[in-house]
Design a protein around this ligand. Structure first.
Ligand SMILES: N=CN[C@@H](CCC(=O)O)C(=O)O
Ligand SMILES: [Zn+2]
Length: 410
């Protein structure tokens, strides 16, 4: 006997299973099965496809004509941090630049102060609220970075909290050590980087990946290369915050260092974009950040896809440059500003996002974890179209309903 059958699914959205990320034209392919069902046993998929009468289960969920998909994957977040930075909103609107705020000791460094002050429990309680909202919005796989500690004690504290979240919630997590996220006030960049390279030996017991913020006034290409080489030598797969504001050649460096992902890429060079096709690096685009910083130039998703690259999307949830837990909002911005097609967007927040963090690919094959979302929407194109609201109605983690949208109490 199976545990659960989900019946009466209007359409089932199925990204294509593949060993690597979907690249170029493949990103526009999506299988849609109409009038579908999903059968689950012991938290894994037994069958998904056209509805039939061949299965029995102890529990039947009537999807009532909703659409279903694998749960979403958010492959770039800074969900563990202290404090908040709403006071920066006014500064930014007055035209003060994001990097200028950092240079003056604000921005990331402000969050560093607040994160250092916070206890483990305070960080856990705060991040739990964000994770709860992410789950309510249909996300069951999340990458989480450190980077607001900038010293041994506080970087490891962030990573410990991150690991505790994965025990507390029914989600899959990947943890990333982002020690070189900024240069602490008064510190020497080179000496600080040496410290962070040394810390990799301990961080690798807590984190799956090593990341660095390569940007003007933060870490140079040469420094980023030094860090990535050290991490690779220690057997850690690398990631990089690259070409977010200035075209430094971070994407080329990511590919040279066989990074699992290169993230941001708003100012990536044409040479870098053309190299994506033959690389194992996923371009993780964060258009919510461009939107939130009030900029006009977005990452060239079309150029990357048309040249055969693999593109993914993430919230980049963080307290300064993109304060949203809602990946559906990012799907809308990807449609409006990155000009990605609905199929590309769905692949970018499922299978390609999973490949960007080496997680299960979320294609609902038999044997896969039953992480599923029932969406109150007539079709998959509707979700990026009707923006800014939550379309997730029921979220199922490993075959268990963990969220159901509450109604009004009138
Ligand atoms: N750009 C660098 N790091 C984060 C922002 C962190 C912050 O502003 O607190 C990002 O990915 O956008
Ligand atoms: Zn980031």
């Amino acid at each position: 006997m199976n545990d659960i059958i989900i019946r009466n699914i209007k359409s089932l959205i199925l990204p294509k299973k593949s060993d690597g990320p979907l690249k170029g034209r493949e990103m526009d392919e999506l299988e849609i099965v109409d009038q579908a069902m999903i059968v689950i046993k012991d938290g894994v998929i037994v069958y998904r496809g056209e509805e039939n009468d061949e299965h029995e289960a102890s529990e039947i969920i009537d999807a009532g004509g909703m659409i279903a998909s694998p749960a979403l994957v958010d492959p770039h977040t800074h969900v563990v941090h202290g404090g908040s930075r709403e006071h920066e909103m006014a500064l930014k609107r007055q035209g003060v630049d994001y990097l200028k705020i950092l240079e003056q000791g604000g921005g990331i460094l402000n969050t560093v102060e607040q994160t250092r002050k916070a206890t483990h429990q305070e960080l856990l309680d705060k991040a739990s609220k964000n994770i709860t909202r992410m789950i309510q919005h249909g996300v069951l796989t999340v990458e989480s970075k450190s980077g607001y500690g900038l010293d041994r004690e506080n970087e490891l504290k962030q990573l410990e909290v991150s690991r505790e979240i994965s025990k507390k919630f029914p989600i899959t997590m990947r943890h990333t050590f982002l020690g070189p996220h900024a240069i602490p006030k008064g510190a020497d960049g080179e000496a600080f980087l040496d410290e962070m390279i040394e810390l990799l030996d301990e961080a690798k017991d807590y984190a799956d990946f090593a990341d660095i913020f390569c940007e003007t006034g933060v870490f140079t290409i040469e420094q980023s290369r030094r860090y990535m080489e050290a991490a690779n030598e220690k057997g850690m797969r690398v990631k990089i915050h690259a070409d977010e504001i200035d075209p430094l050649g971070g994407l080329e460096l990511a590919i040279e260092q066989d990074a699992i992902s290169a993230d941001h890429l708003v100012a990536a060079s044409d040479a870098g974009k053309s190299m994506l096709q033959d690389s194992g690096t996923v371009a993780v685009l964060l258009p919510g950040t461009t939107f939130y910083l009030g900029k006009d130039q977005y990452a060239d998703a079309r150029g990357m896809i048309e040249q055969g690259g693999a593109v993914s999307l993430a919230t980049d949830y963080n307290p300064g440059s993109c304060v949203t837990d809602n990946l559906q909002m990012i799907m809308a911005i990807a449609s409006l500003k990155l000009k990605m097609t609905p199929n590309e967007i769905w692949n970018a927040v499922t299978v390609n996002a999973a490949h960007a963090i080496d997680a299960e690919s979320g294609t609902l094959e038999a044997g896969d974890r039953a992480d599923i979302v029932l969406w109150e929407a007539p079709n998959h194109e509707y979700i990026p179209y009707h923006y800014g609201v939550n379309h997730a109605h029921t979220v199922i983690a490993e075959g268990r309903v963990v969220y159901e949208r509450p109604g009004l109490t009138l």
